[in-house]
Design a protein around this ligand. Structure first.
Ligand SMILES: [Zn+2]
Length: 272
């Protein structure tokens, strides 16, 4: 039975991933996510319902449009598979519960902003507003473990988490604006961590922030090294922070913290 449920959650995740692909493609372009129906970006042919099955359709059509045969990016399938697998991970840890529902919604938000940030360097405001509304709803319903005993306590916990997530980045921005006359962190990143704070609570969002900086640091050192090999300009060693989207690293860190943040922080604190 548990395997049957797991398979169902995975397939459900594939379909949600297919919807997230639409969001990733359309929201930064300020297009509606419900209409018109999906068309081939190359020839404009409306995609038939039987060609819209996640993963399977891509494999059957060998990654090509049925009418014009233009190649379709395998990333659509990757996003679907990623969504299915992450939903499955949430199910494995939390079962079919309120917490599972809250966590898959937040996972969907994280996946969407990861790819809009990679594609267009945008973390859309509409998704952040959706995150604030759903986050507060789930905290009030008691679906996240950080919720309080009463609605008032839950709201306070959500507010405190939001400040814990966005606050450090706001302070960094104020300092960098003051000293180097440039914003160190994008506005989208601040909003993202504010939303993450509602969902994760203060402790887990602070852990996510630290983890995100560490992951981003490791990757920027690697990319800087690769860049140095073939780019003379990089010899000065100055890293242009604005050219690296920070959102994807924060999103990975938020997901890890959502699943294991409490255990990791408790383990760390046990040494003191
Ligand atoms: Zn086509």
């Amino acid at each position: 039975m548990i395997y049957f449920m797991g398979a169902f959650v995975f397939i459900f995740g594939l379909f949600i991933g297919s919807f997230l692909n639409v969001c990733i493609y359309r929201i930064p372009k300020k297009k509606s996510i419900v209409s018109p129906p999906s068309t081939c970006p190359e020839c404009g042919t409306r995609i038939k319902w039987y060609d819209l099955f996640p993963v399977l359709s891509f494999l059957i059509l060998k990654g090509k449009c049925r009418s014009c045969k233009v190649k379709i990016s395998p990333r659509y399938m990757m996003v679907e598979l990623l969504t299915g697998l992450l939903f499955l991970a949430c199910f494995a840890l939390f079962g079919l519960s309120g917490q599972f529902l809250a966590y898959i919604v937040f996972t969907g938000i994280l996946i969407t902003i990861t790819f809009t940030d990679i594609d267009e360097m945008i973390i859309p405001d509409s998704i952040m507003i959706f995150g604030v509304i759903t986050g507060i709803l789930f905290v009030v319903l008691g679906f996240v473990p950080e919720a309080g005993a009463s609605i008032k306590e839950s709201l306070l916990a959500g507010l405190f988490g939001m400040l814990a997530g966005a606050g450090p980045l706001i302070i960094i921005n104020l300092l960098t604006l003051l000293f180097i006359k440039k914003a160190g962190v994008g506005g989208g990143d601040m909003k993202l961590m504010g939303v993450a704070g509602i969902y994760l609570g203060a402790t887990k969002v602070l852990f996510a922030l630290v983890l995100g900086v560490v992951i981003a640091g490791i990757f920027s050192v690697i990319s800087l090294k690769n860049k140095k090999k073939n780019d003379d300009e990089a010899k000065s060693g100055t890293l242009k922070l604005h050219e690296i989207p920070f959102g994807p690293y924060l999103a990975v860190a938020c997901f890890v913290s959502m699943l294991y943040g409490k255990q990791i922080v408790d383990w760390y604190l046990s040494f003191y």
